[in-house]
Design a protein around this ligand. Structure first.
Ligand code: C2E
Ligand code: CA
Ligand code: CA
Ligand code: CA
Length: 278
């Protein structure tokens, strides 16, 4: 089977299946991409659906193939990077770039309330990550209150006890926490009470067929009501149409993210967008 080579790269032998081989090759490429920092960060703006004002932005990673300049979407490498443990490195790169970009925009006088970062399960386990997060926030003189980490229910439930401790440290520091893909995980709602969570992000799966699908109407209204009664903020993702946006705003979910307003865009385009809104 596979073994680590001298330089840490894995070699493959003939008894490996094609699938395994492809995976090993991809793992090696990701490792190389980490060394070269071949990752770029796209930003998707978040709006207040009532005032149409830009409120925040979510950082979303893209892998840039240096040969072809092609952008590889996260779904094609994040799962592999998760399994191989590289995700910690990738998220470090993303976090540093995104906080730097965010600080740069604020310095130019743009009024953006929050930067959201996605936090992989493995990150939550890493003490290094938490110190690096705090150091980066300090290095760029950011207000911790303006940084938000998106965690999935799955990440929290994998190791609830240690998650609570880590999330509490992050929250005590002032960084906000949001539950990503809310409603898709299998978890009891009890953790919402125990964790220092600030926001629920309604998963795109429940937004897609609004306002026509009765179940999705019921689910999204329930999540909004739940957030309200627990005094949490709520945001909808994957909002593509005016009907969806209007439904959400009418039902008290004012924070909107999705193609209706903007796709994820590179930093340059974000700057242009912000300038055009001035
Ligand atoms: P996510 O956190 O749920 O991010 C939202 C995804 O939905 C993004 O896909 C975004 O491009 C897409 N999206 C946004 N608005 C719409 C819309 O109106 N319609 C549709 N159909 N899609 C929309 P993306 O960028 O491909 O990212 C996929 C997933 O990869 C993310 O899902 C997140 O779980 C993960 N990911 C992305 N960047 C990072 C990162 O830096 N670190 C980690 N750990 N995970 C990341
Ligand atoms: Ca997210
Ligand atoms: Ca999501
Ligand atoms: Ca349905």
């Amino acid at each position: 089977a596979k073994e680590d080579g001298r330089n840490g790269f894995k070699f493959y032998t003939e008894d490996m299946s094609f699938e395994v081989m492809k995976r090993v090759i991809l793992e090696n490429k990701i490792r190389e991409a980490i060394l070269n920092e071949d990752f770029i960060v796209y930003y998707q703006p978040q709006y207040n659906g009532l005032t149409n004002k830009l409120m925040g932005m979510e950082a979303l990673v893209r892998w840039k193939n240096p040969q072809s300049n092609e952008l590889i979407p996260p779904d094609e490498f994040i799962p592999i990077a998760q399994d191989a443990g590289f995700i910690v490195e990738i998220d470090r790169i993303v976090m540093k770039k995104a906080i730097k970009d965010f600080a740069f925009l604020l310095k130019q006088g743009f009024d953006i309330k929050t930067l959201s970062l996605n936090l992989a399960m493995k990150q939550l386990k890493s003490d290094d990550f938490i110190s690096l997060l705090f150091e980066t926030i300090e290095a760029y003189n950011c207000n911790p209150n303006s940084i938000e980490l998106e965690v999935t229910e799955g990440a929290i439930m994998e190791d609830p006890l240690s998650s609570i401790e880590k999330l509490q440290r992050i929250s005590n520091y002032g960084v906000k926490l949001s539950v990503d893909d809310f409603g898709t995980g299998y978890s009891s709602l009890a953790y919402l009470k125990k964790l220092p969570i600030n926001k629920l992000k309604i998963d795109r799966a429940f937004i897609k067929d609004l306002p026509f699908d009765e179940e999705d109407v019921a689910i999204s209204k329930s999540v909004i009501a739940l957030a309200k009664s627990l005094k949490l903020e709520v945001i909808a993702e994957g909002v593509e149409t005016k009907e969806q946006k209007d439904f959400l705003v009418k039902n008290d979910c004012l924070n909107i993210q999705g193609y209706y307003y903007s796709k994820p865009i590179p930093f340059k385009e974000l700057e242009e967008l912000l300038n055009s809104l001035k």
